[in-house]
Ligand binder design. Structure first.
Ligand code: ASP
Length: 529
């Protein structure tokens, strides 16, 4: 058994190690991207170990937490308080985001591509040349990859493979106008049509000259296939997904929400059974303690894992030289998101913790530091859950019965940072496209963004960049082009880290406040009994 003093010393050493890992990892990844990509393996190992712990931790701690309630009816009060708190704080976060995005207006002046309705051009194979003039953003490498060139008068388009100041080469030509003929898609080339028993290329023939062309944003690969997502389908997925049809499948896929429901039910039954279930409760209690100890052990290697994660991710983005230009291109947007996250994390949540939770925000945040830095490094609320529980229970003294219910639920449905980001991103895209599409963003649409951003955050899993995909719901609800997501893709991995940190901070603050409210409510309940 460790003495409390040596435990504090060890904890301090780990903390210093993690801070060093981040401080060294950022310049390392930025300046030596190739080397940093190699050490990402350290981060991967650490991440896998964290994920390994999540499922047994959620299940055992929840079962123990519920059985520890004494009276199962108390769950009702924790339950509604938690839900109200989570919904209210997510709403506040979205509101901050919407206010800022309306003041800063980061999307104004940003163009999604460029339109040359009267420009003459010539075509040689897959290369198009402007008869005169240059692209507005001539020489910009921003157009390769996620952009398409459209020949408006011919109704054909192609993904830009290479761009010069006066022309562009597409990977191959495509058209939406191919009728009902069955198409065979190829992985990385033009599609084929089945005609007279033979496969013929579906690549349209293109005339050698014409007038009117434009550069458009393409639908990013990660979003493709998700276009069908709507408000209703997402809500349905969340509700249906709560009940597992096979708990082993849910465990294997790390689906926390259905596991919460199962553990909650099992815990409730064990409490009702009383003495005859004591053996089972004891087993779960011992397992829960063992898993918390595993978390402690894992923390010893956390600095190495975090170094690998931070340096490796920046290295993967091409180092500073690779991603700083991308960041500058959408600098105002990124700043709006980070500013909003900052206000929510440093003003709103601490104020709630202080007034409702009666706790010192600084002290509470210090106790959560390891979890918060881990959230920043992994960009995953779920993978951070073991550390969030450790921080809330061991460092901040919140009881297991509160933490075990509030935190796993929070890691899956309470995402203040993600909700704020979704609202800012949707408004950014709206501002970019407003002049192109001739639309105006009305107050009613902002209300829709408010509601859908909240839902999109609930629907987003606690894994890296999940919020980017659920953005589709928000954009579709207000009829904005989902291609707009491509504009913010390049910096998303970085913003994801900031929003995940706020997500985890929001859950932790929730646990502190619910604990205090429950504690205060108890004497009254007893008195009433
Ligand atoms: N990465 C976030 C989380 O795990 C979710 C998101 O916003 O993409 O909390």
């Amino acid at each position: 058994m460790q003495s409390p003093k040596s435990e504090t010393n060890a904890s301090r050493r780990i903390m210093t190690g993690i801070i060093l890992a981040i401080v060294i990892g950022i310049p390392l990844g930025g300046l030596a991207p190739d080397f940093s990509k190699q050490i990402y393996v350290l981060g991967e190992l650490f991440l896998r170990a964290l994920k390994m712990i999540v499922v047994p931790l959620v299940m055992t701690s929840m079962i123990v937490g519920i059985t520890g309630l004494g009276d199962i009816r108390k769950l009702g009060s924790i339950g509604w308080r938690t839900m109200v708190f989570y919904m209210a704080t997510t709403g506040m976060a979205v509101l901050v985001g919407l206010i800022l995005v309306n003041i800063i207006r980061p999307g104004v002046g940003v163009t999604p591509g460029e339109n040359h309705t009267d420009a003459a051009y010539t075509v040689a194979g897959r290369t198009v040349t402007l008869a005169s003039g240059e692209w507005n953003r001539a020489g910009s490498s921003q157009y390769s990859g996620d952009y398409v060139l459209r020949l408006d008068d011919q109704d054909v388009y192609g993904e830009i493979a290479d761009i010069t100041p006066r022309g562009a080469t597409v990977r191959y030509w495509e058209t939406d106008d191919i009728g009902d003929e069955p198409r065979v898609a190829t992985v990385d080339g033009p599609a084929f049509l089945w005609r007279d028993g033979r496969l013929v290329s579906a690549e349209p023939a293109v005339r050698s000259s014409g007038v009117g062309l434009r550069i458009d944003v393409a639908i990013a690969g990660r979003i493709e296939g998700k276009e069908g997502r709507t408000f209703g389908s997402t809500l349905k997925d969340v509700v249906i997904g709560m009940v597992p049809s096979n708990i082993f499948a849910s465990m294997a896929n790390m689906e926390v929400l259905p596991l919460i429901v199962f553990s909650l039910l099992l815990g409730a039954v064990l409490s009702v059974l009383g003495d005859s279930a004591k053996v089972a409760v004891d087993v779960f209690t011992a397992l829960n303690e063992a898993i918390m100890r595993l978390v402690h052990w894992l923390m010893v290697v956390a600095p190495f894992g975090i170094l690998g994660l931070v340096a490796g991710r920046i290295g993967n983005a091409g180092g500073f030289a690779g991603f700083l230009p991308e960041l500058v291109a959408v600098g105002k947007y990124s700043l709006t998101v980070v500013l909003g996250l900052g206000i929510h994390a440093l003003v709103t949540l601490p104020a709630l913790l202080y007034f409702l939770g009666r706790r010192s925000p600084v002290k509470y945040a210090t106790g959560m530091a390891k979890a918060l830095m881990n959230a920043f490094s992994t960009a995953s609320s779920s993978a951070t859950l073991p550390l969030t529980m450790e921080g809330v229970e061991k460092q901040n003294g919140v009881s297991n019965r509160t933490a075990s219910f509030v935190l796993p639920l929070g890691a899956t449905i309470n995402m203040d940072g993600t909700a704020l980001y979704e609202s800012v991103a949707a408004m950014f895209i709206a501002q970019v496209y407003a002049p192109v599409l001739g639309i105006e963003i009305t107050m009613a649409q902002q209300v829709v963004i408010f509601l859908t951003a909240t839902l999109a955050a609930i629907g987003a899993a606690g894994i890296p960049e999940a919020g980017l995909v659920t953005m589709v719901i928000v954009l579709k609800a207000v009829d904005l082009p989902i291609e707009g997501i491509t504009l913010i893709l390049a910096v998303d991995w970085l913003l994801d880290r900031f929003r995940t940190t706020v997500n985890v901070w929001g859950d932790s603050v929730g646990a502190g406040i619910i604990e205090t409210l429950e504690g205060r409510a108890e004497p009254t309940q007893d008195a009433a009994a």
